[in-house]
Design a binder for this molecule. Structure first.
Ligand code: ADP
Ligand code: ADP
Ligand code: MG
Length: 664
């Protein structure tokens, strides 16, 4: 076995790989850019080597720097994680020349599978079901239209070198095929430096289901069942699960066996994934093969009990797979939520800054439920604009799907992240969504269910009661504490009537002392027993109502609290009946009107301003482009207006809410 390995990656996946290496008694070497000097993966490693400037092209994407770091530290092998150099054949070749082992598949397999057109051809030859389409390259827009017509609309126009959901367009008619071809081609050229395009049938209402494979250098390949990754936003995965709620045993076996046939055709040795789309009649079609460890591999680990990173390392060291197909089982259900630094209230624009608070839920196995959190940050870490916006991957595992989903909802409620915009509220809301809970998924799920984007969830009647009960108790604890601090000899009245205002709802409450906890009666109803160890100042309150724990994020606000739970985000006021009467007479203070301004939604660089003073703009018209976290974000007009003043010029670095332009 190796004595020392280098991890050519950063963030959660670098930490994930090191965890297993440490368990196996292997020494670890980290590499880091200037931006990652204090990063977790650097602290976790036995040694760390600085490799360059923050942009990935000047550090994590430089094969020479990685090889130099191996030589310097004596690392015998390199684990590439995902992204960066993980699927670059030339990097593996360079390592091989130096006698350093690549913990992944062999160069030939990476080359064959790295290209979507080539891999589709090999898959078809290996007997794998592929998406109907044209197997060659498309020369020009006219050719694209001709081929699209032959395949039959709708079609998917794709970049052969594509990845990460980029360079892909759906076309429903000739006109869209013309335009889609041009746009895919230019996006492919700028993102991948390779503008080869192909076209295939667009599978309507598809599910994304993928098979995890594992091969060794002795001709053995097994499949470790499937993952369903249909919950996607703009072709990027958000929530994944294993197994899939849609597959039956027969389809699983067919997909698994075809994947194994493909792996054997390219002599695949390592962990890899064959991605399929599955239509509503359970016909499945090969999409592509990812020749690396996948982001969502933890859900497979949770249902199979295997450590994929350990097996990758063992196979790379020449060992035989310790398992055969018959040893692979499915135990329970696992769900993964990707926590992204993307603000759901601002159309998921990336958000950067310092994590002023970062407290993941307890990782543990208790009562048949496992909570696992893969992360590369800690409280105080900086989320920079240079890398991926993924902060953590939260996974839960339970005997059944709904138990795993409920455990996820609870774990998300307990996850504290402050300082940057993040998608926790969105993930929480998803866990409550009836269609998700029923497992009725397709890759269009998010776009269909959130056509207007995402906004705070309106509390239903039950949530209003839950928030009200919690708020009266927290408010009493805060009042008792104040009375204590002020030295008053008289604690606040043990009981009393209150009026709770929850997002426009009024709830009458009465509190009474109990031998354990506090009694709360809502609207004259039965007395509920409420217990909590919350203290004023704690941002997380676990309130046990009638024996059922409810985790809420709590912040003080005038007259009460801002409370967040399950994607709901509301102001809750606890008033005496008299104050409530008076409050009802007070006019609401209107927030300042910013509708005539274009504000910068995130810290970033203005790369272009697309309109000038005096221009009439239409709703949806592109106004300016802001670059942050390697992503170009197009800012569009929310309504028809006339540009009266442009304040930001291309090249300007702006902060959140800086004014870019004014409208008349
Ligand atoms: P997975 O299929 O493992 O979920 P994703 O598509 O989310 O993978 O991508 C995993 C990582 O690899 C992301 O960081 C993504 O940005 C990166 N990535 C994917 N494809 C490419 C590519 N062709 N070039 C560079 N980075 C890529
Ligand atoms: P990437 O390399 O960017 O991951 P994929 O080929 O894996 O590209 O496709 C990404 C996603 O796009 C899939 O998960 C699926 O949702 C959608 N997709 C790709 N091809 C098709 C198709 N032919 N029909 C319908 N959806 C597709
Ligand atoms: Mg893919």
């Amino acid at each position: 076995m190796f004595k020392k390995i280098l991890i050519a990656n950063r963030g959660e996946i670098a930490c994930r790989v090191m965890k297993t290496a440490q368990k196996m008694g292997i020494k670890t070497v980290a590499v880091y850019s200037d931006a990652d000097r204090d990063a977790e993966h650097v602290k976790m490693a036995d040694e760390a080597v600085h490799i360059g400037a923050p942009p990935a092209a000047q550090s994590y994407l430089l094969p020479d720097k990685i090889i130099e770091a191996c030589k310097q530290t004596g690392a015998e092998a390199v684990h590439p994680g995902y992204g960066f150099l993980s699927e670059r054949a030339s990097f593996c070749e360079a390592l091989e020349k130096e006698g350093i082992i690549f913990i992944g598949p062999k160069v030939k397999a990476i080359e064959a599978m790295g290209d979507k057109i080539t891999s589709k051809k090999i898959a078809a030859e290996a007997g794998v079901s592929t998406v109907p389409g044209y197997m060659g390259l498309i020369d020009d827009a006219e050719h694209a239209v001709k081929i699209s017509k032959e395949i039959g609309y709708p079609v998917m126009i794709k970049a052969s070198a594509g990845g990460g959901g980029k360079g892909m367009r759906i076309a429903w008619n000739d006109e869209e095929a013309l335009e889609g071809f041009a746009r895919s081609k230019s996006e492919a050229a700028s993102s991948f430096g390779d503008d080869r395009i192909f076209i295939e049938k667009f599978i309507v209402e598809p599910r994304h289901i993928e098979i995890q494979l594992l091969g060794d250098g002795h001709g053995n390949v097994v499949y470790l069942n499937e993952r369903e990754c249909s919950v996607q936003r703009r072709n990027q995965k958000v929530v994944e699960e294993a197994p899939s709620p849609f597959l039956d045993e027969k389809t699983r076996k067919a997909m698994g066996e075809q994947s194994v046939a493909l792996a054997k055709a390219v002599d695949y040795q390592s962990a890899g994934t064959v991605e399929f789309i599955v239509d509503k009649d359970r016909n499945f079609y090969f999409l592509e093969m990812n020749t690396r460890l996948q982001v969502e591999h933890p859900v497979t680990e949770l249902i199979t009990g295997l450590d994929l990173v350990e097996l990758m390392i063992r196979v790379a060291a020449g060992e035989k797979l310790p398992i055969a197909q018959k040893d692979v089982t499915i135990n329970g259900w696992a769900v993964e939520s990707r926590l992204y630094a993307e603000d759901p209230y601002r159309n998921f624009l990336p958000s950067i800054g310092r994590l002023t608070r970062y407290r993941p839920p307890q990782e543990e196995t208790k009562g048949g439920i496992t909570v696992r959190n893969d992360t590369g940050v800690t409280e105080g870490s900086e989320i920079s604009m240079y890398y991926d916006p993924m902060i953590a991957k939260l996974c839960t595992h339970a005997p059944t799907r709904l138990e795993a989903v409920d455990a996820m909802a609870d774990a998300l409620d307990r996850f504290e992240v402050e300082g940057i915009g993040h998608n926790l509220p969105f993930l929480s809301a998803l866990m409550q969504h009836p269609r998700w809970r029923e497992g009725r998924l397709s890759t269009g799920f998010i776009a269909e269910e959130y056509p207007e984007g995402f906004g705070p969830v309106a509390p239903d009647a039950e949530s209003v009661q839950r928030f009200a009960a919690a708020a009266v108790v927290l408010s009493k604890i805060a009042a008792d504490r104040n009375a204590h601090i002020s030295g008053s000899r008289f604690p606040t009245a043990a009981g009393g009537k209150k009026v709770v205002l929850v997002a426009g709802h009024t709830v009458k409450a009465e509190i009474s002392p109990l031998s354990t906890g506090i009694g709360v009666s809502l609207e004259g109803g039965p007395v509920l027993q409420v217990e909590t160890t919350w203290q004023p100042g704690n941002p997380l309150a676990v309130v046990v109502i009638e024996g059922k724990p409810v985790a809420l994020k709590v912040q003080p606000a005038p007259g009460g609290f801002r409370m967040r739970q399950r994607g709901i985000d509301v102001k809750v006021q606890v008033l005496s009946p008299r104050v409530a009467e008076l409050a009802a007479l007070m006019p609401e203070k209107a927030p300042p009107d910013t509708s005539n301004l274009l504000l910068c939604p995130m810290p970033g660089l203005i790369t272009s301003v697309l309109v000038k003073e005096g221009d009439e703009v239409q709703e949806g018209q592109a106004l300016a482009i802001v670059e942050a976290m390697k992503m170009e974000n197009m800012l569009r007009a929310e309504k028809r207006a006339k540009v009266s003043k442009v304040l930001a010029k291309p090249g300007a670095s702006l902060a959140v809410d800086d004014v870019i332009m004014e409208f008349a």
